[in-house]
Design a protein around this ligand. Structure first.
Ligand SMILES: [Zn+2]
Length: 216
């Protein structure tokens, strides 16, 4: 598969404008704005490794999904979550990536699966040497779920990773929905002991992820 040709093809199919902006981030990142109908892709101006075409396709997958449904235009978070941003943002990102990587896999399965296998290898090593922080936990659960789903990896999971990985697998990645996103993100919070309810809301046509105290 010619990944560069695929990048061009996917970009052509988008309806919103795509902009590239240099940024001091570590990785490629996309922000899709439904109001201005713009996808801004932030490109690290000083990357440790060169940005690969697979990462580029991953960001474009977010763009395709954002045009399909507002709740998939990630990156917009309610202002009242400041204290919880540290956990909410990576939880929502992991769920958004579950949907996005399904598209990437449908575009270039060989390359996508080789990449998942590489990541799994790194995770195995990391799990042996250090305790996982909550914000890392979400991404790790995602990669393991992808390893099982796409690479048929057989994995024995440490205790609390099990329900988190299962939460992804219980919601097929080809069927993104608001309910499914809330359910997966909620399990991620519950198993890491974050005692808050995650909700998606729409206000004035703008998408927001927010949290509230349980029972409210
Ligand atoms: Zn992503």
């Amino acid at each position: 598969m010619d990944l560069k040709a695929k990048i061009k093809e996917v970009t052509r199919q988008l309806t919103w404008r795509v902009e590239y902006q240099p940024n001091n981030t570590k990785d490629l990142e996309i922000l899709s704005n439904p109001e201005t109908k713009t996808h801004t892709i932030y490109v690290p101006d000083n990357p440790k490794d060169p940005v690969g075409p697979l990462e580029h396709l991953h960001e474009l997958a977010h763009a395709v999904l954002s045009e399909r449904d507002l709740f998939l235009a990630g990156g917009v978070y309610d202002l009242n979550i400041q204290d919880h941003r540290y956990n909410l943002v990576p939880a929502i990102r992991a769920v958004d990536d579950w949907w996005a990587d399904y598209l990437v896999d449908s575009w270039c399965p060989d390359e996508a699966r080789a990449d998942i296998a590489d990541h799994l290898e790194m995770i195995y090593k990391a799990l042996q040497f250090k305790a996982i922080q909550p914000h890392e936990f979400f991404g790790i659960a995602l990669i393991i779920a992808e390893g099982i789903y796409y690479c048929k990896a057989e994995i024995t999971l440490p205790g609390h990773l099990q329900p988190a990985v299962q939460a992804f697998l219980d919601h097929p990645p080809d069927k993104p929905s608001r309910e499914a996103a809330e359910e997966i993100a909620q399990v991620l919070f519950d198993v890491t002991g974050i005692n808050l309810k995650i909700k998606f809301i729409e206000s004035d046509g703008k998408p927001f992820w927010t949290v509230e105290k349980k029972g409210e």
